[in-house]
Write a protein that binds this ligand. Structure first.
Ligand SMILES: NCc1[nH]cc(CCC(=O)O)c1CC(=O)O
Ligand SMILES: [Mg+2]
Length: 331
């Protein structure tokens, strides 16, 4: 018995720190981090988001400082999301096509001062519509094709402002192909597309909707365009279509409850695959830590390592600057 067990002692490799490091299968690095930032009109403004302790909406001048901090830490890219002035929101999302809107001004300002960081912009209409939906409405319907044409125009003003990566989060059918053709037609061959391919109709977006002001505006829910949390095969079809239409990278969202989807997409397609650790996931970890119920630092790192283990090439996470600081300090 002892002889049999001696060859099967799994704990041997775990005894010491150097050995654990030596047999570790995945590693979390600063290059894995994408930092989502909320921007707001004004100057020297940092507005705390109540449901996301530690996260603030920043005016463009402070977003530039945040971008500098991110670049210094070595974070590869930022994902920008606007809090649009409620007075500028309307049925037709007019402000989304204003080439001088908040997001375009933020892109231009960051590009001018911190050109080395990648800028990812969100293509969807929800921060601009009075009804809070990602698409245009006709009665109760979120109309697909008219929305897609609109999203192409939105992607173009982002590219003109200097966005490096267009990230459509709207889940309309056919938008990746249409945006790719639109970008190419305007000479933006180098602008990348990160497709929110498997985006689920999730309760975990609540705090984000506080941050961009859509909890107040959203009429109904998004189940006619975002995916049913019960589905997995459908995620494969969504990703296959997006890749066929020209996506350079795909994404799964939310993150932690959908690691199975992440792993399936990565192993099926083998393309750059990202996960979005969304606002509700961040809020849960933060809130529990603030209550002293979990070790927030360890939970943060463990959650991100789990994405890597599941196959993610990177993670959009509100923890990005904190993690990067920690990883940098560790060398
Ligand atoms: N286009 C909307 C959008 N883009 C990113 C998020 C959520 C991100 C998060 O929760 O952190 C959402 C929310 C939604 O679909 O209502
Ligand atoms: Mg799709």
């Amino acid at each position: 018995m002892a002889a049999i067990l001696s060859g099967r002692r799994m704990r041997r490799n775990r005894r010491t720190d150097w050995s654990r490091r030596m047999v570790r299968e995945t590693r979390l690095g600063i290059d894995d981090l994408i930092w989502p930032l909320f921007v707001v009109d004004g100057e020297k403004l940092a507005q705390p988001v109540a449901s996301m302790p530690g996260v603030e909406r920043l005016s463009v001048d402070l977003a530039v400082r945040a971008a500098e901090r991110a670049a210094t830490l070595g974070i590869p890219a930022l994902a920008l999301f606007p809090y649009t002035d409620p007075d500028l929101r309307d049925e037709g999302a007019t402000e989304a096509l204003n080439p001088d809107n908040l997001i375009c001004r933020a892109v231009r300002a960051i590009k001018a001062e911190v050109p080395e960081i990648g800028l990812i912009t969100d293509v969807a209409l929800d921060p601009y519509t009075s009804h809070g939906h990602d698409g245009l409405m006709n009665g109760d319907e979120i109309v697909n094709d008219a929305t897609v044409a609109y999203l192409v125009a939105q992607a173009l003003i982002h590219a003109e402002a200097g966005a490096d990566v267009i990230a459509p989060s709207d889940m309309m059918d056919g938008r990746i192909g249409a945006i790719r053709r639109g970008l190419d037609g305007a000479g933006f061959h180098a602008v990348q597309i990160m497709a929110y391919s498997a985006k689920y109709a999730s309760a975990f977006y609540g705090p984000f909707r506080d941050a961009v002001g859509t909890n107040k505006t959203l009429r109904g829910d998004k189940r006619t365009y975002q995916m049913d949390p019960a589905n997995s095969e459908e995620a494969i079809r969504e990703a296959a279509l997006d890749l066929d239409e020209g996506a350079d990278m795909i994404m799964v969202k939310p993150g932690m409850p959908y690691l199975d989807i992440l792993q399936r997409l990565k192993s099926t397609f083998g393309v750059p695959t990202f996960a979005y650790q969304v606002s509700g996931e961040y809020a849960m970890i933060r809130a529990a830590a603030l209550n002293g119920w979990i070790d927030g630092e360890r939970a943060m790192i463990e959650s991100l390592v789990a994405f890597k283990r599941a196959g993610a090439d990177g993670v959009l996470t509100y923890f990005a600057p904190l993690v990067a600081e920690r990883l940098k300090a560790e060398g």
